[in-house]
Design a protein around this ligand. Structure first.
Ligand SMILES: Nc1nc2c(ncn2[C@@H]2O[C@H](COP(=O)(O)OP(=O)(O)OP(=O)(O)O)[C@@H](O)[C@H]2O)c(=O)[nH]1
Ligand SMILES: [Mg+2]
Ligand SMILES: [Zn+2]
Length: 356
C-alpha cells in the first residue's frame, strides 16, 4: 500500500508524487533546499537538515540531470542520531527547468525541479531583452511549469517605456502573465504577493542585478539573502551564488537563483514550436506536412513573412532557436555515444588484462 505523505503538502508535495513515490516506509522523504557541492540542504516537516548522496547513487548516476537539484524530492536514510542523512533515491520530477550549460560543453544544467511557476525576471532599466525572454520561455515550456514574466525597477523608467516593453512582449505572441514592480517604491509588490499561493513553488530566474534577491527579501519580510549594488550599466555582480528554496510566511515556496548570463536551448524543439505558436499555427497551410518553413515550396510561413504578416525578425529568431536546439541535441547524443563507447573500451581493456 502506498503511503500518503500529507505532512509534506505544505512543502509542495501532492498526489502526483503519492502515485509515484518509491521511498520505503522507514525512509525520510525530503525536498532539496540547496546544493553546496557534495552537501545537500534538505527540508522536511521537522525543518532543514544536511544530507549527502549515497556512494551507490553516485556510482549509478553520472548524468548531470540525474543528480538532485533544488526543488527535488528525495528518499533519505537517517537514524535519529545521525546528523547527516544519506540520499539514495531521487523521485521523478513533475516539472523541471534546465538549460544548456554555459560555455562550450554540451550538457544539460538543471536549474530547479518541481516548481509550479517559473518567474522570468528582467529589469525594465537596461536589462529588457525580448529575445532573451523568448529563450527562457522555451525552456520553461519544455520543463512543464507555468511561465510568468516580471519586469522590475519600474521606478527607474518612464511609464511610456514600461508600456512599450509590455506591448513588445504581447506583439511577440507571448501570452504568459506580465507583472511589473519596483522594490524601491514597492509599487506592484502587493499584486505579486496576491498571486503567490501556499504550497506552490515559484522559481525566480533572470540576469544578475535585476532584483531577484531584493524581491525575495521583501516577500520574506527580512534581509535573508545577500544583495548588492549594480554597476552604472545595470550589469549585476553575481551576488547570489547558490540556488535556494525558501518558505514564505504565507505558505508559498520561492527559489532564488544566481543571475544567468546565457540561457542556451538544448533538446527543446517541440517547446520552440509551441512557444512560437503564432508562426507554427500557419503550418497546416504549408504544402508539405513536414515543411521545415525554410526553403520548401508552398510554405505558408514564408509567405506570411513575405507579406509582412509575421515580422522577419520574429521568424529569424524562431529558426535560430530551433536550429540551436537541434544542433546541441545532436552534439549531446554524439557525446553520450562517445562516452559510452569509451566506457566499453575501458571495460574491454580491463578484461583483457584480467584474462592474461
Ligand atoms: N531602483 C531599483 N533598484 C533595485 C530594484 N530592485 C533591486 N534593486 C537594486 O538592484 C541591485 C541588485 O539587486 P539584487 O537583488 O542583488 O539582484 P539579483 O537579481 O538578486 O542579482 P544576482 O544575485 O547577482 O543574480 C541592488 O542594489 C538592489 O537594491 C528596484 O526595483 N528598483
Ligand atoms: Mg541575487
Ligand atoms: Zn512551411
Amino acid at each position: 500500500m502506498k503511503i500518503q505523505r500529507t505532512d509534506l503538502i505544505p512543502l509542495g508535495w501532492n498526489e502526483w508524487f503519492d502515485k509515484r513515490t518509491e521511498c520505503a516506509p522507514e525512509d525520510t522523504v525530503a525536498r532539496i533546499a540547496a546544493v553546496d557541492r557534495d552537501l545537500l540542504l534538505v527540508m522536511d516537516r521537522t525543518g532543514t537538515f544536511r544530507a549527502k548522496l549515497a556512494g551507490r547513487y553516485l556510482y549509478r548516476h553520472h548524468l548531470s540531470q540525474e543528480r538532485p537539484c533544488v526543488g527535488d524530492w528525495v528518499c533519505i536514510k537517517k537514524a535519529p542520531t545521525d546528523d547527516l542523512g544519506l540520499v539514495h533515491t531521487l523521485l521523478e520530477r513533475r516539472t523541471a527547468l534546465r538549460r544548456k550549460s554555459a560555455g562550450d560543453s554540451v550538457d544539460f544544467q538543471m536549474i530547479a525541479a518541481n516548481m509550479d511557476h517559473v518567474i522570468v525576471v528582467q529589469s525594465c532599466h537596461y536589462d529588457f531583452n525580448l529575445k532573451r525572454l523568448e529563450r527562457y520561455l522555451v525552456m520553461v515550456r519544455d520543463g512543464g511549469a507555468e511561465p510568468c514574466v516580471l519586469l522590475t525597477k519600474t521606478d527607474l523608467v518612464a511609464p511610456e517605456v514600461l508600456a512599450s516593453q509590455v506591448a513588445e512582449i504581447r506583439a511577440a505572441g507571448i501570452t504568459a502573465p506580465v507583472l511589473t514592480l519596483s522594490n524601491v517604491t514597492r509599487e506592484g509588490i502587493d499584486e505579486l504577493k496576491q498571486t503567490l499561493q501556499p504550497a506552490k513553488t515559484y522559481c525566480f530566474v533572470g540576469g544578475s542585478g535585476v532584483g531577484k534577491s531584493t524581491l525575495i527579501n521583501q516577500l520574506l519580510g527580512r534581509q535573508t539573502l545577500l544583495t548588492s549594488d549594480v554597476s552604472g550599466t545595470g550589469e549585476g555582480r553575481h551576488t547570489t551564488v547558490r540556488r535556494e528554496l525558501l518558505l514564505l510566511e504565507g505558505g508559498a515556496l520561492v527559489i532564488d537563483n544566481p543571475g544567468m548570463r546565457e540561457f542556451g536551448i538544448l533538446g527543446a524543439e517541440s517547446a520552440v514550436d509551441d512557444s512560437f505558436a503564432n508562426i507554427t499555427a500557419l503550418a497546416s497551410r504549408c504544402r508539405y506536412r513536414d515543411c521545415g518553413h525554410t526553403n520548401e515550396p508552398g510554405c505558408a510561413v514564408r509567405a506570411a513573412v513575405d507579406s509582412g504578416e509575421i515580422s522577419q525578425e520574429h521568424y529569424d529568431h524562431y529558426i535560430k532557436l530551433r536550429t540551436e536546439s537541434e544542433f546541441y541535441k545532436m552534439s549531446y547524443i554524439e557525446k553520450r555515444k562517445k562516452d559510452r563507447d569509451f566506457g566499453r573500451f575501458v571495460k574491454s581493456v580491463k578484461k583483457h588484462f584480467k584474462d592474461q
